[in-house]
Every structure is written in C-alpha cells, then in structure tokens.
Design a protein. Structure first.
Length: 387
C-alpha cells in the first residue's frame, strides 16, 4: 500500500489532521487499533475547547454536526488560591462570545471519525496494530501485525504520550513526573453553575469544576498520588461529599453520575518534533499539566498547522522533506513551550508549603485580578495561542 501521508493514531489530533487534509492532493492513511465508540451516558473525558479550536472544527465541517444539547459555553471563570487569592475572567469583558466550549471527547471523536469514513482521499486501517517501522531516504515503511505493509513519504506520530512511532524513531524524551494523578468524574449539582468554570488551588491539589449542560459538572482534581488513591477508593456518596466540601459547597450538594477515573500526570518534552519523513503532533510531541485545560487545544493546533503546511505544497514537492516539516516545527515552537512552563510553574508554586511563597502567590492572583489589561492578555493567549 502506497500513500503520501500515514497518520499513526486516529485520536482527536490524528483524526483532525486527516480531515484537515481532505482538500489536498495527498493520499492519506490513518492507522488505529480501535474505532471510537459513542457512550450511552456522559463521557468522563471532558475537554475545554478554545474558541480558536472551535473555529478549526467549524472549518472542518465537524462542529455543526455535534449535538448542541451536549455542549456548554464557558462564559466566565473564577479561580481561588489557598490563602485568599482570587482572580476572575469574563468572556464579555474580553470581547468574546465564550472563553471555551466544554465537550465530551467521544462526541467530538465520533464526529471526526464519521467524517473520515466519507473522505475520498483517506484509507482507514482499523483495527490495525503496528509491528515495525523503518525510514529510508525517500519513504517510510510501516509493517502491521497482520503482515500488511504501508509506505509513505511522510509518517505522522499521533499515537499519544507513549508514542510507539516516536520510540521506533529513537527520538529522545524528557519526562518530568509530578507524582500526581488527575481524578475525573461527572456530578449533578444542587445549584446551577451559570456557565462558569471554577478552579481551586488547594493544599491537596488543584480542583476544577467544568460546566456541563443542565445542572451538571465535570471535575478534574489534580492531587498527589496518596490523595488521588484515597479519592478513588471512596464510594459514590462519600466522593461527592468530599468534592463538595473541597469547593466550599459552591454548587451545593453533589451527586456522582459515573465511576471516577484517575491518570498519572507528567510534563513531557521531546528533543525533536520533526525529522526527515517524520512529524510528531499532539501528546506524542508534548504533554502538560491539566490545570490549564489546554492539552487537546495544543493537539488541534498542531494538526491545523501541519495540515496548512502540507496543503500549500506544490504537486512536485515532497511532504516528507525536512525543509517542509521545519515550517511546521517553527510555527509550533512557541505555544506548547509557553503552556508547558506556565502550567509547570503554577503547579509547583502552589505545591510549595512555605508561608512566604503562599503570601506571594495569592497576592499575585489578586494583583492580576486588579489589572484589566493583563487579564485581557492572559485570556487572549489562552483562547487563541497568540497575544
């Protein structure tokens, strides 16, 4: 099988890249172990999609097909420190329709996948598992476990933080574990959230409330391993009480609607995001602390930028040439780095037990809240990746 581009990983980043290449001359393959499944209830995997990426999904023709009753616009955000610090952000004050859209992973993934099924220039190799990968001067060759071989001028690693493709290519990775786990779950709340997201920086971690349709929220509690393990062991009623107490009863009594899950947290950087015949996108290229809710937004922007570079190529130019791929690397050099360092600094700053540090960090929050220009700049960068 011969292709121009093979995307290994059909998750949100990989699938969006393939859809974004629909108007190109390129013949594309997507290799994925299993197709997405639409869940009957509410997905525990919830993302805050920035306005820039809502526009990206709109341009792909995906957004308009999503069930609007399962999407929630975030109109404001309130953040609380551990010693009196507060800062709030408003979409209205920033001149935006919303700060973000809250959407279920399976909802967006499923629609991307349905779009791929109808795409004339895409072959879905699913279910399929990779067995071997080699790179030559003019092409990359992927061998699947069932013996099929696929060749392409460009291989894209979109297969997550533990990327098999990245490992086969021998790209060095720097991992910085946080000794924390993110505990996620969906809960019904007694009082309405008003389309406001909340976040508390606490001694036992960072707790976020993300608004879901109706009187529901999704929570992400980034806690040290021992605390996370304790939370996961609680029964549903005790878990809901613990979350409600941690927020100071902000939305009243809570009721757990699904089984909470937890995943390890780390920051990951790679030595190279491109090589001849290879490009990395999404979590294969970078991971960050979830306190900013920005992980999938970085992946979507990787896909958008790489697709833009590839679509603009003249017919005679090789998409796997290093000079071509460096355009993508340069365009994506800033935002992931800024977000990695910003979230890492905040995470470590609020884990510090020193009273002086506590005073400084909470004073900094209050100072930020009192400076409209600075708040506007922060909102602009968070929603668009640009100042």
């Amino acid at each position: 099988m011969d292709f121009d581009v093979i995307i290994v990983g059909g998750g949100l980043a990989g699938a969006s890249l393939a859809v974004a290449l629909r108007s190109s001359r390129l013949k594309v393959a997507v290799v994925e172990a299993r197709a997405p499944v639409r869940l009957a209830g509410w997905d525990a995997r919830i993302y805050a999609i920035s306005p820039a990426n809502q526009r990206f999904l709109t341009d792909l023709g995906v957004w308009r097909h999503l069930d609007a009753s399962r999407l929630t616009p975030v109109e404001g955000m309130k953040i609380f420190g551990d010693a009196g610090g507060t800062v709030s952000f408003s979409a209205y004050e920033a001149g935006l329709g919303e700060l973000a859209w809250i959407a279920e992973s399976s909802l967006v993934h499923g629609e991307l996948w349905e779009t791929l099924k109808r795409q004339h220039n895409v072959s879905l190799l699913c279910p399929a598992r990779c067995a071997a990968l080699s790179f030559e001067a003019g092409e990359a060759t992927l061998t699947l476990e069932d013996g099929r071989r696929a060749r392409a001028r460009l291989m894209v690693a979109a297969d997550g933080a533990n990327s098999w493709v990245r490992e086969q290519a021998g790209i060095q990775v720097q991992r910085s574990p946080y000794a924390e786990r993110a505990v996620v779950g969906n809960l019904a709340c007694k009082r309405g959230h008003g389309n406001i997201a909340f976040q508390w920086f606490r001694e036992d971690g960072v707790l976020a409330y993300l608004p879901l349709p109706g009187q529901r929220i999704s929570i992400v509690w980034s806690a040290r391993d021992a605390v996370a393990d304790e939370l996961i062991r609680l029964d549903g009623a005790a878990f809901a009480r613990r979350v409600a107490v941690a927020s100071g009863g902000r939305l009243g009594e809570l009721t757990l609607e699904n089984v909470p899950a937890a995943f390890d947290l780390q920051m990951m950087r790679v030595a190279e995001v491109v090589r001849p015949r290879l490009a990395l996108i999404g979590d294969a290229a970078h991971t960050i602390h979830p306190l900013s809710g920005h992980g999938i937004n970085l992946g979507f922007q990787d896909a958008r930028e790489l697709a833009s570079v590839l679509r603009d190529l003249p017919a005679w130019q090789d998409p796997g040439e290093l000079s071509v791929l460096r355009r993508y690397a340069r365009a994506r050099a800033e935002e992931p780095l800024v977000m990695q360092y910003a979230t890492d600094t905040l995470s470590r700053l609020f884990r510090h037990d020193n009273s002086l540090v506590s005073l400084v960090r909470n004073a900094g929050m209050n100072l930020t809240g009192a400076m409209p220009v600075l708040k506007s700049l922060l909102v602009r960068y968070a929603t668009s990746g640009k100042l």
